[in-house]
Design a protein around this ligand. Sequence first.
Ligand code: NAD
Length: 491
Amino acid sequence: MTRTAAIIGAGVIGAGWAARFLLNGWNVRIFDPEPAARDRVAAVLDAARLALPGLGDVALPPEGDLSFPGLISETVRGADWVQESVPERIELKQKIYQALQSSMEEGAILASSTSGFTPTELQAGSPRAGQIIVAHPFNPVYLLPLVEVVGSDRNDPKVLDRATEVLTSIGMAPLRVRSEVPAHIADRLLEAVWREALWLVKDGVATTAEIDDAIRMGFGLRWAQMGLFETYRIAGGDGGMAHFLHQFGPALKWPWTKLMDVPEMDDDLVDRIATQSDAQSGTLSIRELEAQRDRNLVGLIRALGPNAWGAGAVQQQADARNLATSGVPERFEDIDPTRPVRTIRRAVPLDWIDYNGHMTEARYLHVFGDATDRMMILIGCDRDYVAAGQSFFTVETHIRHIDEVRAGAPLTVLTRVLEGEGKKMHLWHELYSDDRLLATAEHMLLHVDLQTRKSVEMPPVLSNRLATLVGGHADHPRPDGLARAVGDKPS
Ligand code: NAD
C-alpha cells in the first residue's frame, strides 16, 4: 500500500524532502502557512524531476500524490512519517510537536531536520517523546543520500531501526549517530572548516573564490569519494594510517589553524564576504547555480556507481531494490514469452543531455547495449557464465533515431528475439518514452569462446530459452526498418 509522508515546513529543506518522498512513490501532504510555499515546492519538484529519476539506472516507482490539506491535523492524520523542517528555533519546534502529536498516529515517526538540536532538547515536554527523532538531511535533499539519524535514551532502538529502513527505502544513506551532540557529526566538521575560511577572508589571506578553488580543485574531490580518514591512509604511503599519524600528527600542535576562535561578524567582514561572493558568482541567479549544482552532483554520483563506491554504491543498492517494481523481469521464469520483453525501465540522466537539450546520440546505443545485456542475463549468459569462459560479442548494430527525449523523461525498451540458435542471437529493440517511439535498434550477436576469441555454438541451456522467445515472438508483425533479413549470415 502507498505510504504517506507529512511535510511540516516547506522551505529549502522541507520542499526537498517532499520531492524525495514523492518521487520514491510515497503520497505527500504538505503544511506550511506561508503562501509562497506552494510555488517553492513546485520549483523544487521541477528540479528534482529533472535530476533524481536519472540518478540511477532503474526507474523509480510511480510518483505518489501531492496535496496541501491546509490544516495540520489533516496533514498528519494517518501519515506513516512526519518530517518537521520549520525554522531552527527550539520553542517553535516544541510548540509544533504538540499540535502534530495530538493528531498523528502513535506508531508514526516524527523526524526533525534540525541541524543543531539534540533529540533530548526536541523531546522536552512531549508526552510521547519516544516517537520524536532527528533525521538531519543535506541540501539538495532529493539528491544527496546522507541523513544523520539520532535518538535519545527515550527512543526505543526499534524506532530508530524502522526510521533507518524507511530512509534507506527512499534511496538515502542513513548514518546512525551514536550519541547526542549539538550539530551531530557532519555540521561539526563543516563548522570547523567554515570558521577557518572566515578567518582567511578576515585576515586578507584569501578571497571567497580562492577558498572555494582550494576546496573544489583538490581535497573536495578527494572527500567526495574517500572522505578524510581513507584519504589520509593513502597519504601515509605503504606505512598507512599509523605512518601518517606519526609524521603529521605533531604538526597539529604548531598550530596552523585558529581553532575555536570565531571572527567578529562585523559590518566590514560581512560586506567583504558578500562583495567577494557577488564578484565570484553574482552573474548567475540562485536558480542557475542550483541547476548547475544538480548537474554536477548527478555526474559525480553517477561516476561513482560503476566503482560501487561511496554515494555511487548507495545508488546501486537503490537500483537493485527498484528493479523489483520496475516491471523488468529479473529471471527468465518471470517472462511472458508471447510478448516483447521489457529489458529497460529508467529515466534520462542529466549527464546524457547534449547542447541541443536532448539525449545525445551515443546514449541511444548505451541504452540498447544495456537492453542486450539484460537479455543476455535473462537467458543465462550472466556473470558466472561469462566467468566460466563464454559470452556473446555484438557484431552489428543498426539504430534508427526517430524522436528526441529530454532529461528526466522515462525510457522503456521492449525487446524481441528474431533468431537465437547455433552461434547467432538476433535482437530487435524498440525504445519508448511513455507511448512515443524514440528509436529502434537491431543487434546481431555471436556466441564466443573467450579463450580462443572465436565463435562457437551456444549450449542448450541458452538456445532452449532463446527458442522459447523466438517462438513466442514469431506471431508479431515483422519489425519496420529491419536492416538484416532473418536467416542472413552475419558478415
Ligand atoms: P527555511 O526558512 O527555508 O524554511 C522554513 C519553512 O518553515 C518556511 O517555508 C516557513 O514558512 C515554514 N514555517 C514556519 N513556521 C511554520 C509552522 N508553524 N508550521 C509549518 N511551517 C512553518 O528553512 P530551512 O533551511 O528549510 O530549514 C528548516 C530546518 O532544516 C531547520 O531546522 C534547519 O536547521 C534544517 N536544515 C537546514 C539545512 C539547510 O541547508 N538549509 C540543511 C539541513 C537541515
